[in-house]
Write a protein that binds this ligand. Structure first.
Ligand SMILES: Nc1ncnc2c1ncn2[C@@H]1O[C@H](COP(=O)(O)OP(=O)(O)O)[C@@H](O)[C@H]1O
Ligand SMILES: [Mg+2]
Length: 142
């Protein structure tokens, strides 16, 4: 487990970019934390480092985004789901095919998600300060 503190959105993006360097196709990364904690900001920084061009915005009102990059990147937000039905999961499954997949609000899809490589948790401390905990799958705490 790694514990980090950032003091701006840019610092969170830079931390995420470093984190992204180790990712491979098939990796699933969950991103948890309250609204405004910086989940989408973290994903944006990772996406940039993975070669995604253009805007990286929250997919809250769509199922998800799939970005072209040397390894395609998926960004899902399960906030609006209350538990996933199997047909809803059928719509989501292609986002995990050959991608590096970031999942915000993974709690809703716990029963269906492919195995998680890394769990990232952000907490709003005060002002622009955030703590970011990165836990890898080989860690028993995940
Ligand atoms: N240290 C920080 N890390 C991440 N975001 C920060 C930080 N400080 C301020 N912010 C701001 O907090 C907001 C986080 O929004 P967002 O990433 O969309 O959160 P979430 O996806 O968790 O709801 C942005 O407006 C961002 O600029
Ligand atoms: Mg978000």
């Amino acid at each position: 487990m790694e514990l980090h503190t950032t003091r701006s959105a840019e610092e969170t993006e830079t931390l995420a970019a470093g984190f992204a360097a180790d990712l491979r196709a098939g990796d699933v990364i969950t991103i948890t934390g309250d609204l405004g904690a910086g989940k989408t900001t973290f994903v944006r920084g990772a996406c940039r480092a993975l070669g995604v061009d253009g805007a990286v915005t929250s997919p809250t009102f769509t199922i998800g985004h799939r970005y072209d990059a040397p390894v395609p990147v998926a960004h899902l937000d399960l906030y609006r789901f209350v538990g996933l039905s199997s047909s809803e999961w059928g719509d989501l499954e292609p986002y995990f095919d050959g991608t590096i997949a970031f999942v915000e609000w993974p709690e809703q899809g716990a029963a269906w998600l492919p195995s998680v490589r890394t769990a990232v948790h952000l907490e709003h401390v005060a002002g622009d300060e955030r703590t970011i905990t990165i836990t890898h799958a080989d860690d028993p705490r995940i």
